[in-house]
Write a protein that binds this ligand. Structure first.
Ligand code: GRF
Length: 198
């Protein structure tokens, strides 16, 4: 197992995408290892998911850092000490700075709950509902300095039903996220020369 690509996950809240990735790894569909989860909110549910699954995790509370750059320096140091091959943002609610992007250039992925370039930034689901689009979805992309503007790796469309509110739409988008994120990570690892076919 020592040669598996090592994922470093950044999560702020629920951690359902982290769990979906862990499930695919356990099921043998994704040849990788979640080597470390960094989370920033002490009460984040992702912490419990990590404990239950025996996944190494550490709290880096952004409130303890004087600037975004100092937090990102600590994140980069921590991931480098842990020989992380690819950073996977899974509900990371902090804006990433040049510090982290330069140290893990093209090695940070994110999932966003809209069909980018539509509805970047916060409240993507609310924006889609408010605009009245009939189709939204989710996007996996490489993280660059411009928020939610990096090269797109995968997308899945989700229709908006007349009866949808934020919760029902979010629930269906999350199902789509859990479907596309793990295989896209696997494909990207192979592109990086880090992956093996499971
Ligand atoms: C996801 O919907 C993702 O699109 C967004 O944050 C949410 C995280 O959900 N970036 P979870 O913590 O993985 O359940």
């Amino acid at each position: 197992m020592g040669n598996l690509p090592r994922l470093g996950i950044l999560a702020s809240g629920n951690g359902s995408n982290m769990a979906a990735i862990a499930d695919r790894i356990e099921g043998g569909d994704l040849a990788a290892e979640i080597a470390l989860v960094i989370y920033n909110n002490p009460d984040a549910y992702v912490k419990k998911r990590c404990i239950d699954r025996g996944i190494p995790h550490i709290l880096l509370d952004h409130r303890q850092f004087l600037s975004r750059a100092l937090l990102d320096t600590k994140i980069a140091d921590t991931f480098q000490e842990n020989n992380i091959d690819l950073i996977v943002m899974a509900g990371w609610m902090r804006i990433v700075t040049k510090v982290l992007i330069d140290r893990f250039s093209r090695k940070i992925l994110n999932i966003h709950p809209s069909l980018l370039p539509s509805f970047p930034g916060h409240k993507a689901i609310e924006q889609a509902l408010e605009y009245g689009v009939k189709i939204t979805g989710c996007t996996v992309h490489i993280v660059t300095l411009e928020v939610d503007r990096g090269p797109i790796l995968a997308q899945k469309a989700v229709p908006i039903l007349p009866t949808d509110d934020r919760q029902t739409l979010q629930a269906r988008i999350q199902v789509a996220e859990h479907e596309i994120y793990p295989p896209t990570i696997g494909a990207y690892l192979r592109e990086m020369g880090k992956g093996t076919t499971p």
